[in-house]
Design a binder for this molecule. Structure first.
Ligand SMILES: O=C(O)CCC(=O)C(=O)O
Ligand SMILES: [Fe+2]
Length: 111
C-alpha cells in the first residue's frame, strides 16, 4: 500500500534519486529487510553519529570495515553488496542522543 509522504520527505527522496540517477525508490522507516529484491538501499542518517560495520559473508573476500554514520550522511548499498556483505549498526549504550534514518529501497515490485 502506498501513502503520500510529507512534502519534506518527498523532497529528500527526489534529491536522493536524482543524486543516484535512480527512479522507483520506496521509503520506509520501520520494516528492515535486506533481502535480495532490494536492488538499491540508500539510507540517510539524521541525528547522533553511530557506527556502521560491514562484514564479508562466509566465503566472500575482504575484511570487516567500520565507519561512522554522521548526521546527514548517505549510505548506498547496491549490486552484489547484500550477497557478499552483512551490515550492522551495533548498539551503543553510551550514545544518549537519538538517530533516525530515512531508508529508500529500490524494489522490484514498486510501480
Ligand atoms: O540506516 C539505518 O538505520 C539502517 C540501514 C540499513 O541497514 C538498511 O536499510 O538495510
Ligand atoms: Fe539493513
Amino acid at each position: 500500500m502506498h501513502y503520500p509522504y510529507p512534502v519534506v520527505v518527498k523532497e529528500i527522496q527526489d534529491a536522493v534519486e536524482n543524486a543516484l540517477g535512480l527512479v522507483k525508490h520506496s521509503i520506509l522507516s520501520r520494516r528492515h529487510s535486506d533481502s535480495k529484491e532490494n536492488k538499491v538501499i540508500a539510507s540517510l542518517s539524521l541525528g547522533a553519529p553511530r557506527t556502521f560495520i560491514m562484514t564479508p559473508r562466509k566465503g566472500s573476500p575482504g575484511k570487516s570495515v567500520k565507519w561512522i554514520l554522521e548526521n546527514g550522511s548517505l549510505v548506498v548499498m547496491q549490486g552484489k553488496t547484500q550477497d557478499n556483505w552483512k551490515h550492522e549498526i551495533p548498539k551503543e549504550p553510551k550514545v544518549k542522543e537519538s538517530r533516525i534514518s530515512l531508508t529508500f529501497r529500490q524494489v522490484e515490485d514498486v510501480k
